[in-house]
Write a new protein. Sequence first.
Length: 163
Amino acid sequence: MSVDGYGYIPRYVLAESVMEAGLIGVAIFLLGYVALVFGIEMAVRAFKRERFSPRGKWNSPICLGCIFGLLLLTWMPTIAWPMFNVCIGSLIWYTTRYELISITILIVLVSSFLILAALISIQLMRSADIDHNERIAASRMCYYLLLVTVVYVSTSRAYSKQD
């Protein structure tokens, strides 16, 4: 990237910065959306009449479609309200314009993770006659939900510390 003596940044670099802001905003929430959608799917199976029944044929494609839809909804504000015409050196700072939306999404995600992990754990404790593989899958989903919660909380705390 070249900048002349007057601080002029070529237009194609700014266009790339706007596009990168949208992609980085989507990438930040990809892990959370995957855990959320598959956690909801596991919780729905946990509360069926036959608890933790095997996953159906169309469950995974439907979950992947939901993840894609959530990513698309996260990407839309970056198109509606483009990034400022400045080029920022650090990747995470591309998303500062969308901090209110990002914080709202993070609060909803983290609280949903904790609620889903609690619901799945309670159903695991209440049910004794579950297939061994489904019990392992459900307990792993609880671990994943709690791990993603730790990742998002620790990352947000790292960026909120003031020097």
